[in-house]
Design a protein around this ligand. Structure first.
Ligand code: HEC
Length: 124
């Protein structure tokens, strides 16, 4: 009886969310882990960067496709060098971008695996 009640409770909790919302939440949770593992060393957990070594990215105005290419390929300029991330797959990058938009962009749209795959086509 108890487990039946728990199951019913779990079901009613999930029923409040659409399939898209559940997917979005999964992206954000996974993206936060990926961000911590691959980006926070330099840009810090709060996205504020580190002095003048690593720029703050919490207010970056890059579009999602620009961000996907930057994460995959890295960037070198007169002021700094961000290494490429050849090991990150389209799904990882989609999750990182969705997390960043959720955390700092006030944007709850999922940047999907498919969109990321299209943007990264031909880039290794
Ligand atoms: C080794 C340090 C390092 C790591 C790790 C790193 N970055 Fe960067 N990132 C930089 C540097 C340095 C720049 C500035 C590059 C330049 O001057 O062109 C930069 C630039 C950026 C920018 C551009 C800001 C703008 O508006 O132009 C974004 C966004 C960004 N990084 C996101 C990320 C994400 C997401 C990750 C993880 C996948 C990541 N970075 C990992 C060092 C790093």
């Amino acid at each position: 009886m108890k487990s039946f009640l728990l199951a019913a409770l779990a079901l009613s909790l999930f029923a409040c969310q659409t399939k898209e919302e559940i997917l979005h939440d999964q992206y954000v949770i996974e993206g936060r882990i990926q961000y911590e593992n691959n980006c926070a060393n330099c840009h810090q957990s709060n996205g504020e960067g580190l002095r003048n070594l690593y720029p703050a990215i919490s207010k970056s105005t890059l579009s999602a496709p620009e961000l996907a290419r930057l994460i995959k390929q890295g960037r070198k300029s007169a002021t700094g060098y961000m290494p490429a991330n050849p090991k990150l797959q389209a799904i990882d990058i989609a999750e990182i971008i969705t997390f960043m938009r959720h955390e700092w962009g006030k944007n709850e749209q999922t940047f999907t695996f498919d969109s990321t795959r299209i943007v990264l086509k031909g880039i290794n």
